[in-house]
Design a protein around this ligand. Structure first.
Ligand SMILES: N=c1c2ncn([C@@H]3O[C@H](COP(=O)(O)OP(=O)(O)OP(=O)(O)O)[C@@H](O)[C@H]3O)c2ncn1[C@@H]1O[C@H](COP(=O)(O)O)[C@@H](O)[C@H]1O
Length: 110
């Protein structure tokens, strides 16, 4: 099993604990206390930084910015009492389902 296998589950647990933490001692708690508007502002900012990083050839920069974006989307999930596991389950459900076939089925349903 790879070292990274439990990263999202571990982070999920830490973020859930931060719901009860002191905002002066935790970045996550501070962001959660700002509500959905504060979290979405960070997601917007980090999305822009991913787009910017994709424009250069520095792989470490792109990885850093995508990690920031994933982290902030996980804070949004935590705010909604959801978890990365919920998203992983949805991605797992899509295994073997062609994106084109899924889109065609949706269009047939109108
Ligand atoms: N993975 C992260 C993580 N990724 C990014 N960040 C923080 O996200 C913030 C925003 O990044 P920016 O590049 O926008 O930095 P900034 O300009 O200082 O941001 P602003 O404070 O101005 O919004 C920075 O303060 C980063 O440190 C994270 N903060 C926490 N975690 C994880 O969450 C855990 C709990 O953290 P705390 O809630 O702070 O205890 C940590 O142990 C980590 O595992």
């Amino acid at each position: 099993m790879a070292d990274t296998d439990h990263v999202l589950a571990t982070l999920d647990r830490v973020l859930a604990e931060r719901c009860e933490a002191d905002p002066s001692e935790s970045y996550t708690a501070r962001l959660l206390s700002g509500g959905v508007a504060a979290i979405l502002a960070k997601i917007e900012e980090e999305s822009g930084e991913v787009i910017e990083a994709a424009g250069d050839s520095d792989d470490a920069h792109l990885i850093h910015e995508i990690a920031d974006l994933w982290f902030h989307t996980m804070v949004l999930l935590t705010h909604r009492r959801l978890s990365a596991d919920d998203v992983l389950a949805e991605l797992g459900r899509r295994f073997g389902m062609s994106g084109l076939a899924e889109k065609a089925a949706r269009q047939r349903q109108g």
